[in-house]
Write a protein of this length. Structure first.
Length: 88
């Protein structure tokens, strides 16, 4: 469960031809390049944080910050946050 653990098992999915359905992570590293053994049901972190920032700016919030963990999950969220802020 989670980004680091899911990334670690990716080679096993292809080797043993086992699909992973609905991982609990929205990490971009699990989506690019496309892995035909992983089936997502949630948006990636970049899309999630982009929608949050869009909502905040829609209601007039102009000062937005982020606190993130220093791992692959946090780095992915931070990258999406920075991209979304640049758009708004």
């Amino acid at each position: 469960r989670g980004t680091p653990h899911t990334l670690a098992i990716l080679p096993l999915l292809a080797t043993y031809k086992v699909p992973l359905i609905a991982p609990s992570t929205g990490a971009l590293a699990l989506r690019q390049p496309v892995n035909h053994w992983v089936f997502h049901i949630r948006a990636d972190y970049k899309d999630e944080v982009s929608k949050i920032i869009e909502q905040f700016t829609t209601i007039g919030i102009k000062a937005i910050g982020i606190v993130h963990v220093d791992d692959s999950f946090g780095q992915d969220g931070l990258a999406g946050f920075n991209q979304a802020l640049a758009l708004h």
